[in-house]
Design a binder for this molecule. Structure first.
Ligand SMILES: *[C@@H]1O[C@H](CO)[C@@H](O)[C@H](O)[C@H]1NC(C)=O
Length: 135
């Protein structure tokens, strides 16, 4: 849009705010930030769709979905922790209080789909601690 004739011939392109907007959008760092945001947000939006969706009761699947989302984010950043640790601090803070992690850990443990699929589930202490906390 900002390189089109339509824009350059428009009077807004000569105004300070128009010039500033064009400058920002044409900076490589702007697009690097967009890519960064997409790498973080795409997996999280998937979890939100599950939580908000009507397809199936989400309770027993949220813990697994959050685990998968975090794994996907790690993969998107090639396991370079310095690139995602600040974001994970924010996610973990929300996940631990607002999203009631222990409740979802208990639901994960009690979901037959995961319980019978993973024989080591009883040794996943984050999951079993969540279960005990709820009990
Ligand atoms: C990890 O990311 C940081 C910050 O972007 C960068 O400086 C560093 O070289 C990366 N490390 C590896 C092993 O790629």
């Amino acid at each position: 849009m900002f390189t089109s004739d339509e824009w350059t011939l428009n009077k807004l392109s000569k105004e300070p705010k128009g010039k500033e907007a064009a400058k920002v959008v044409l900076m490589p760092s702007f697009w690097n930030s967009v890519v960064y945001i997409l790498k973080v947000m795409a997996p999280l939006v998937k979890v939100l769709r599950l939580v908000d969706g009507e397809k199936k009761p989400a309770m027993g699947y949220i813990y697994e979905a959050m685990d998968k989302a975090k794994e996907t984010i790690i993969m998107f950043f090639n396991s370079n922790e310095s690139k995602y640790k600040d974001v994970f601090a924010i996610i973990d803070k929300r996940w631990n209080c607002q999203l009631h992690k222990p409740l979802h850990a208990a639901a994960h443990f009690l979901n037959p789909e995961f319980f019978y699929d993973n024989t080591d589930l009883e040794f996943d202490f984050e999951v079993t601690n969540g279960l005990f906390e709820c009990i």
